[in-house]
Write a protein that binds this ligand. Structure first.
Ligand SMILES: [Fe+2]
Length: 137
């Protein structure tokens, strides 16, 4: 389902109790709705709802931000394209991509074994919340 703005707001309230996160959802929703009116007016509600939900996992799962978002939204049968739109705001964050060079002794990607990465890439949990096609690019 593609949630309407009010449905997105209710969904957010299931996971965020703090005023800060709820206000942030409202603000980002408003900003995304504003820009959608400028560039894609026919999809204003879609983008406002995506903005509302963008940090749905942050209060409860700050260490898994964006990856957990994917899981939570799937539980609510949110449209895959919308989930992709939402989790994409974390694109490039190394802490939610399973490739974790910073926990390696060298703190570098340079000495990672390519074969090991290819093997892990086939696992479902590898880079959860990140589009595999983006990694392949
Ligand atoms: Fe975020």
């Amino acid at each position: 389902m593609v949630p309407k703005l009010n449905e997105a707001r209710e969904l957010l309230r299931n996971y965020d109790q703090g005023d800060f996160h709820l206000l942030q959802g409202e603000i980002v929703s408003g900003i995304m709705g504003y820009f959608s009116r400028q560039f894609e007016p026919e999809n204003e509600e879609y983008w406002a709802a995506a903005g509302m939900l963008h940090d749905i996992d942050l209060e409860l799962y700050p260490e898994e931000h964006c990856a957990k978002c994917y899981e939570l939204l799937r539980e609510h049968v949110v449209d895959e394209q919308m989930i992709h739109s939402i989790v994409s705001h974390g694109y490039g964050r190394l802490d939610w991509v399973t490739v974790k060079p910073m926990v390696r002794p060298s703190k570098s990607l340079c000495d990672m074994d390519v074969g090991s990465i290819k093997k892990k890439f086939k696992k479902k949990e590898f880079a959860a919340g990140c589009c595999g096609e983006d990694i392949l690019c």
